[in-house]
Ligand binder design. Structure first.
Ligand code: PHE
Ligand code: ZN
Length: 870
């Protein structure tokens, strides 16, 4: 039984720190199991002479105040409390020991392969040394690293290298100083025997910045795409946001063992190697794209996160929502804007909407948490980015950029709150009233818009009635209405946008942009001079992150698919129609798929005026999660089968056209990583998946695999073979393994594709793969690739025998003992607990209760699963 319930932290309890650590000089004597850490801090008291320092898993060796031995302290509940301290500025020296090798949680200082590296966000620094480990304590850090020279030729930390040299016994040292005061979560240290590629970037004011990407030896050739992405990011931020880099050096280090994607430590980013390494033979296009966007994301944090940081962790979306918005815009400016938007929304709906509809639902600014690491969520990041995008839609690009300038003018060098961001946006825009808009920060749940339309032929009026409601979420039974920007167009029968004129309202000013403001529970908009019945294109570009229900007819959707001037809504109309059909198929096995939809799908397929990637996304069917979203107790196997049936029908109907597109796209062309080439490969992969369901093309995937010259084609064909159990599947898996077994990133794909198959053999397969030498439970990427993929495999996780969820429960326990963050992520598989059929729910309940009540369970897993059971 769990003996004590973990402590809950509340936003409402925020108190300013009692002391400020102005400067800290750190000295590390690196050792696998007994690293010595010497910290010398210059501290200014702000309030009182009792100082509480955070410290976890540390061995305290000595404490000195102003150079004298000090014993007026006690250590309890991971807090070192020092009492009777001077009331003037003083120096505090602490010596402690840590064990990086035992640190399998990968939080603080740890070993990844042969190298030392650190991860301190949000609260890892307290596992390195005693500190005021909170983001509103900003200090200037100087670091001396001492280590064996042969094993650790590179010794890195934040800022500038100010000294280095040899020591006796084969050791050497380096001293780094970061002139920018920063919170401890942005601190980093790396030591290793690495390879490095270098470049320079000339900033807009003419300074040369040295750029370095550090990787394991032998991976140099795979790091150029990351370097190119970095230079593009630096350039883009100067151009679009007027932001210039501020140090003389920017380093990226790739590590194989990392809990997240990457980390924006000042001047020394540490990256999961999955977001650095890429070659055409080993990386898929989505990896190339992901690298560009994550390199951008971390770089953009230098201003939104580092120069202006968060007051406390409840403000996380201040830096994350804003930085995701910035990286989305970066990707959109460099690639196809419409496709980027569609993919971002697809991602939001597939992962954030379910989170917001389930037991972990929280506002983008949460009010409480037990374990902060549980709050690096789709909501804080992706919904947070949608909220920033809404400011952008309300204010327009110019107004938004004025707000950004104001934000840096007011808050550079400070730790601030989301309210401060809103303030900057407001004062830069004639004191724009965001008071109702602020509810987006406080209320959880995805709002629903119910829309009805009416055309009055005689009066030439079109009436739009919008009703908003937000479902109850944990702790928030009722909701106030949101202020949302709602972009719309009214199409005439030729497909042109009509000029908009509102009859009943005086807020006409944004109408030329098609922008309506939705504020009340129910809003009615009457458009005048509407000479024919229009087709309404609603919530264009997904301007408000909501669930939309409208009275548009199937004919309207078909019309929008073909004619809408908003690419997002062309896509969305197709999804809406597909969804309708899948739902009908679920209700009635003999449902005849709508001719209208089949035809419209074919028109997109045969449209030569739309680019390949847009075509591929428009033709894709809604995800299983999209389908399940509106069903109380979804039967995933049935959903899978219905989707499958629809897909096969479409593929068979258009097999000739598909085959001809496939052939056109199969002509030899040079490998490029640009939007056009990636779009072509994406469409080719999609068409291959279609054709592989057609009897006469069952051999195609194996052919494609055999002659593939890049990883995108290889994985596209391999996953089709695995999912459809096609001829050549086993040989292909074997060949793939033999070729890539020494490359862990590629093996992650190999594990994941097998664990994702809906087939009933997958369960045994996964047990077998866990024993393979390429698998390692200590590496989060591998846990996610194999066990995580199985946990996300809705059909197999929800297998009627209960074996899927029992297995994942067991894995949560096992992984939790190694790495609580990794385990907590697996625990997300149970988020649709309340939507499980009774017998499975019974099984899940027993498993989860046992975990929640166990003394061995981490705070991370406890918080997630206790909410799940609630
Ligand atoms: N701050 C990182 C990012 O968004 C994410 C991260 C959080 C990484 C916590 C590690 C630990 O870019
Ligand atoms: Zn981030």
């Amino acid at each position: 039984m769990k003996t004590e319930t973990p402590v809950v932290k509340y936003l409402a309890d925020y108190k300013a720190p009692t002391h400020k650590i102005e400067t800290v000089d750190l000295e590390f004597h690196l050792d696998d199991t007994q690293t010595q850490v010497f910290s010398k801090m210059k501290i200014t008291p702000v309030n009182g002479n009792t100082l509480e320092l955070n410290g976890e898993e540390l061995k305290l060796k000595s404490v000195k105040v102003n150079g004298e031995e000090f014993s007026n302290y006690k250590e309890e509940n991971e807090i070192l409390t020092l009492t009777g301290l001077p009331s003037e500025a003083f120096t505090l020296e602490i010596h402690n020991e840590i064990n990086p090798k035992a640190n399998t949680a990968l939080d603080g200082l740890y070993k990844s392969g042969g190298m030392f590296c650190s991860q301190n966000e949000p609260e890892g620094f307290r596992r390195i040394t005693y500190f005021i480990d909170r983001p509103d304590n900003l200090s200037v850090f100087t670091t001396k690293i001492i280590a064996d020279k042969k094993d650790y030729p590179f010794l890195l930390s934040n800022g500038n290298l100010i000294e280095s040299g040899d020591l006796e016994d084969g050791k050497h040292f380096a001293v780094w100083n970061d002139p920018f005061a920063k919170p401890a979560y942005l601190y980093a240290l790396v030591a290793g025997d690495l390879a490095v590629i270098e470049d320079t970037f000339k900033t807009k004011s003419g300074r040369d910045v040295k750029l370095q990407v550090f990787v394991d030896k032998g991976n140099e050739e795979k790091s150029h795409h990351a370097m190119e992405s970095l230079k593009k990011s630096m350039k883009w931020d100067e151009k679009r946001f007027r932001l210039e880099y501020d140090l003389d050096i920017y380093m990226i280090v790739a590590v194989d063992s990392f809990n997240m994607g990457a980390m924006e430590n000042k001047g020394l980013n540490i990256f999961n190697s999955a977001y650095v390494l890429a070659s055409k033979e080993t990386a898929e296009d989505r990896n190339f794209f992901g690298i560009e966007s994550v390199v951008g994301h971390e770089y953009f944090h230098n201003w939104t996160g580092n120069r202006v940081t968060c007051r406390d962790w409840f403000q996380l979306t201040l830096k994350e929502g804003l930085t995701v918005f910035r990286d989305q815009e970066f990707s959109a400016d460099l690639n196809s804007r419409s496709v980027c938007r569609i993919n971002d929304v697809r991602n939001l709906k597939a992962a954030q909407f379910p989170e917001d509809a389930g037991p972990q639902s929280h506002p983008i600014q949460p009010k409480s948490y037990i374990e902060m690491n549980n709050f690096y969520t789709m909501t804080i990041y992706e919904k947070g980015a949608e909220v920033i995008r809404m400011y952008h839609t309300l204010l327009g690009e110019e107004g938004f950029q004025r707000g950004m300038d104001k934000y840096f003018e007011l808050y550079d060098g400070q730790a601030v709150t989301t309210a401060d961001f809103t303030h900057a946006m407001s004062v830069a825009n004639d004191n724009y009233d965001f008071s109702q808009f602020r509810r987006w920060y406080d209320q959880a749940g995805t709002p629903v818009l119910d829309i009805t339309t009416k055309y009055d032929e005689a009066a030439k009026e079109f009436t739009l009635t919008v009703n908003q409601s937000t479902p109850a979420t944990p702790g928030q039974p009722t909701k106030e209405p949101f202020h949302m920007p709602f972009l719309l167009g009214l199409l005439d029968s030729a497909g042109n946008d009509m000029t908009l004129a509102l009859k009943n309202r005086d807020d006409q000013n944004d109408l030329d942009r098609g922008l309506l403001h939705i504020k009340a529970d129910t809003e009615t908009f009457v458009f005048a001079n509407v000479n024919e019945r229009p087709v309404a294109s609603l919530n264009r570009n997904f301007s408000a992150p909501v669930v939309l229900r409208s009275d548009l007819t199937d004919e309207d959707f078909v019309f929008l698919m073909a004619n809408d001037n908003d690419d997002f809504n062309r896509y969305e109309a197709g999804q809406a129609l597909a969804l309708k059909n899948i739902h009908a198929m679920l209700k009635d096995e003999n449902h005849q798929v709508d001719e209208l939809f089949i035809k419209a799908w074919g028109s997109i397929l045969n449209d030569n005026n739309i680019d390949e990637e847009f075509k591929a996304v428009c033709l894709s069917l809604p995800s299983m999660i999209d389908v399940a979203a509106t069903i109380d107790i979804p039967n995933y196997r049935a959903i899978h089968e219905a989707k499958d049936k629809l897909f096969k029908l479409l593929a068979n109907t258009y097999k000739l056209e598909l085959a001809s597109i496939y052939n056109d796209l199969s002509t030899e062309r040079p490998f490029k990583v640009d939007a056009k080439a990636m779009g072509e490969r994406k469409l080719r992969g999609f068409v291959l998946a279609c054709l592989s369901t057609v009897e006469e093309h069952k051999e195609l995937a194996r052919e494609c695999f055999k002659y593939a010259t890049n990883m995108t084609d290889m994985m596209n064909s391999l996953s089709v073979m695995v999912n459809e159990n096609l001829p050549g599947c086993q040989e292909s898996l074997k060949e793939f393994y033999d070729k890539f077994k020494d490359q862990t990133l590629v093996m992650q794909k190999w594990l994941s594709v097998q664990a994702s198959s809906c087939d009933d053999t997958t369960f045994d397969k996964v047990q077998e793969l866990m024993k393979d030498e390429v698998f390692d439970m200590n590496v989060p990427n591998l846990v996610s690739a194999l066990i995580g993929s199985f946990a996300r495999n809705k059909v197999q996780f929800n297998h009627e025998s209960g074996r899927g969820m029992k297995f994942i429960a067991e894995m949560i326990r096992k992984v939790d003992a190694i790495n609580p963050q990794s385990a907590s992520r697996l625990a997300g598989a149970f988020n649709d607990y309340r939507k499980m059929p009774a017998d499975l729910k019974e099984i899940a309940k027993a498993e989860l209760t046992a975990i929640v009540e166990s003394d061995k369970t981490s705070k991370n897993v406890y918080e997630k699963l206790s909410k799940t059971l609630n």
